[in-house]
Write a protein that binds this ligand. Structure first.
Ligand code: KIV
Length: 262
């Protein structure tokens, strides 16, 4: 427990140019594997798509996210655990405070993450003034998918606004920022403008760290693979082969063999 990653450590990593590694996880089993290798485990609302089979993240609930985060936190004694606030749980200061206090008291998370820029600064300030550590999430914001009619990468025209978002969130007390789906020069400008760490996803190399969704990088989620994903394992293929072998063994009475029998 004494080598637990803390906010102080994450800040020092930025100052010393040591990259921060983040991955998502939704359960204790995978968290227990990732815990040895990554600095931050994000219980992302992306679980609503890969885990719950929905088309977007908007129907995830606070209770579901707390359930998954509790499981992750139980097996993350080293990694910092980040809770992704679901859509609709932080739209006013009062609602955000009530939601985030519940998360801190019930989930075991070390910090929360919420999407939005300048317009969310007041909420971030209220949360941090009440001792809740907040990661911002700027650039492409998946919870805006219905409003914006899809997931659109942010380019040159958005640069000034995104840098202003980043500065407003830092000024309001955010401890780090996720920056998603932007051209690399935007992520570079944001990272250079801030004292707090930036973690990129689809934002190029010039961030203080990187995050990927576990089921994307392990080759398990097949509905859609964004350009920014590097697939480190042919997970679907490997698991498919194992299950096929198991099914064949059962059908042919090869399993269970004597060594599997009491
Ligand atoms: O929900 C999630 O997994 C996320 C990442 C895409 C950063 O927010």
């Amino acid at each position: 427990m004494n080598n637990k990653i803390t906010l102080k450590k994450l800040l020092r990593m930025k100052q010393e140019s040591e990259k921060i590694v983040m991955i998502t996880a939704y359960d204790a089993l995978f968290a227990s594997i990732f815990n040895d290798y990554v600095d931050i485990i994000l219980v992302g609302d992306s679980l609503n798509m890969s885990f719950a089979g929905e088309n977007d993240t908007l129907t995830a609930t606070l209770e579901q996210m707390i359930y998954h985060t509790k499981a992750v936190a139980k097996r993350s004694n080293r990694s910092f655990v980040l809770f992704d606030m679901p859509f609709g749980t932080y739209c006013t200061v009062d609602k955000a405070l009530a939601s985030a206090i519940k998360v801190y008291q019930e989930s075991g998370a070390d910090a929360i993450k919420l999407e939005g820029g300048v317009e969310k600064a007041q909420i971030v300030r209220a949360l941090t003034q009440n001792s809740i550590a907040v990661f911002g999430h700027i650039g492409l914001q998946p919870q805006k998918v219905r409003l914006e009619g899809g997931y659109s990468i942010k380019g040159t025209n958005d640069k000034e606004r995104i840098v202003a978002d980043a500065l407003a969130l830092q000024e309001a007390g955010a401890v780090a920022l996720i920056i998603e789906g932007v051209k690399p020069d935007i992520a570079k400008a944001v990272t250079e403008a801030l004292d707090i760490p930036t973690i990129g996803i689809g934002a190029g190399i010039n961030c203080d760290g990187q995050v990927l969704v576990w089921s994307d990088m392990l080759g398990l989620y097949d509905a859609f693979t964004p350009k920014f994903v590097k697939t480190y394992l042919k997970g679907r293929e490997l698991i498919g082969k194992a299950i096929e072998e198991y099914a064949t063994d059962v059908k042919s009475s090869k399993f269970p063999a004597l060594e599997h029998t009491y």
